[in-house]
Write a protein that binds this ligand. Structure first.
Ligand SMILES: Nc1ncnc2c1ncn2[C@@H]1O[C@H](COP(=O)(O)OP(=O)(O)OP(=O)(O)O)[C@@H](O)[C@H]1O
Ligand SMILES: [Mg+2]
Length: 292
């Protein structure tokens, strides 16, 4: 039976790599043969803009969907990736589906707060289209407001990108309490998918120490695939590109592909799967070997 994995990427701390992770996990899973929808729940619209989608292209946002003004599918924007897929000798472009946001959503939270069932608006909208996708990923804003609660009410898993610095440990405690409270009140099925270390620099003692502390505290929930500090991950959004399109041979691409494998099934990448290049054709066979 087809089962859609729905995951929220959340940390109320700003700038820890939530958006970067949703863009590149979404793109990586697409390259590995999955059909992926990514949802921008942040009025800052960074997920949308980092894929080069500008305001003129946006007809409807996730807010319009949550209000019930339009069906979810009417907000979709298809974003083509650099890699192509070859099935039975036919090349096709790989694409990611984006449900965008923009600054108009900033006041929307107050309007949504007046609605009955306000915590389940996203879940209701997503339920209708979820079977069309293998993965649906939510990029949460750096706050624990209504958009975040909607994401957690609709998700099966929550992934927590965390920068390996001391303050991270403090904010994680509050985040855990919040996730427990949402689980009890709105979504008994919600699980923590894992903590993702981001912007890791092995030369920094502080980074290494915090990683050890996180491993002790969270055990297997601390995912093995850490994301290293890599400048190209910050450059990609300026050019509206995911890391596999922008710099497929970078550490950033390697780390995010590794993370995708861990999210899929706990396996790690083979060298072969690192050789994806923009425009390069990968075939179903390769893609499925990369997955298995
Ligand atoms: N591994 C990395 N190496 C280098 N730069 C990174 C890395 N990950 C993220 N960045 C950069 O750090 C900044 C913050 O990342 P990002 O926007 O993904 O965080 P966020 O948690 O979504 O932030 P916000 O809370 O504002 O939504 C961005 O400029 C991004 O390009
Ligand atoms: Mg963000």
């Amino acid at each position: 039976m087809h089962r859609t994995e729905i995951a929220a990427f959340l940390n109320q701390k700003g700038g820890v790599g939530k958006t970067t992770s949703v863009v590149n996990v979404g793109s990586g899973l697409t390259i590995l043969g999955k059909n992926v929808l990514i949802v921008d729940l942040d009025p800052q619209g960074h997920l949308t803009s980092s894929l080069g989608i500008d305001n003129e292209q946006i007809k409807h946002t996730v807010y319009d969907v949550m209000c019930g003004e339009i069906p979810a599918g009417d907000s979709f924007i298809k974003k083509e990736l650099g890699a192509r897929l070859s099935v039975n000798g036919q090349d096709s472009r790989l694409s990611l589906t984006v449900m965008p946001s923009n600054l108009n959503m900033a006041e929307a939270e107050m309007v949504l707060a007046q609605k009955t069932d306000r915590e389940y608006l996203l879940k209701k909208a997503i339920d209708v289209i979820k079977d069309d996708f293998d993965y649906i990923l939510f990029d949460c804003p750096p706050s624990l407001g209504l958009f975040t609660i909607n994401a957690l009410a609709a998700a099966g898993k929550v992934f927590i990108p965390v920068q390996t610095e001391y303050l991270a440990l403090e904010s994680l405690h509050n985040l855990q309490i919040m996730i427990e409270s949402v689980t009890n009140r709105f979504n008994h099925n919600l699980e923590i998918g894992g903590l993702i270390a981001t912007r890791f620099d092995g030369r920094k003692v502080i980074n290494r120490t915090v990683v050890e502390r996180l491993k002790e505290q969270f055990g297997a929930l601390f995912l093995e695939s850490m994301i290293r500090e890599n400048i190209v991950l910050a450059e990609g959004p300026e050019r509206g590109k995911d890391i596999f399109t922008y710099r497929p041979r970078s550490y950033g691409a390697e780390d995010y592909l590794n993370l995708c494998h861990e999210i899929l099934d706990g396996n790690h990448i083979s060298d072969e799967s690192l050789s994806i290049e923009p425009g390069k054709v990968i075939n179903r066979h390769t893609a499925s070997r990369m997955i298995s």
